[in-house]
Every structure is written in structure tokens, then in C-alpha cells.
Design a protein around this ligand. Structure first.
Ligand SMILES: [Zn+2]
Length: 74
């Protein structure tokens, strides 16, 4: 539990470091001042990850298609 609180978080908006505000139970960005709850931060992180995975998948598909197309040309 304590470790979770001490863990350094980065702002999803500007990439700055965030500190934990015990009173509001939110992480507040040092740079842009935006604040998120831990749940929101996890959600944003997951969303970003699935977006990245989707990009990777599309890229792979394109490469596979290109390979198929090139092999057809021969
Ligand atoms: Zn920020």
C-alpha cells in the first residue's frame, strides 16, 4: 500500500512528475496542475497501451500484406 503511494507517476497530459495529494486523494501534476485519481490514471494508461497495441497490429498487417503482394509479383 505504502509502496503504491510512493511510486512515481507521470502526467498523461504533459509528461511531468505528479505528486500525491492525500487530502483530495488525487495525483497532481507538478507542471500543468492537472489532477487525476489513481483509477483515472490506470484507465488512461490502459487506454494508451491498447492504442499502441492497435497501432502495432495495423503495422504488422500492412507488412504482411506487403510481403504477400511482393510474393505475388514474382
Ligand atoms: Zn501535466
Amino acid at each position: 500500500m505504502w509502496k503504491e503511494v510512493k511510486e512515481l507517476r507521470f502526467c498523461p497530459d504533459c509528461g511531468g512528475t505528479m505528486f500525491y495529494d492525500r487530502e483530495t486523494r488525487q495525483y497532481v501534476c507538478n507542471s500543468c496542475g492537472v489532477s487525476y485519481t489513481i483509477q483515472e490514471l490506470v484507465m488512461i494508461k490502459e487506454k494508451k497501451m491498447s492504442f499502441k497495441e492497435e497501432q502495432e497490429r495495423k503495422k504488422r498487417q500492412k507488412e504482411e500484406y506487403l510481403e504477400w503482394w511482393l510474393s505475388k509479383k514474382k
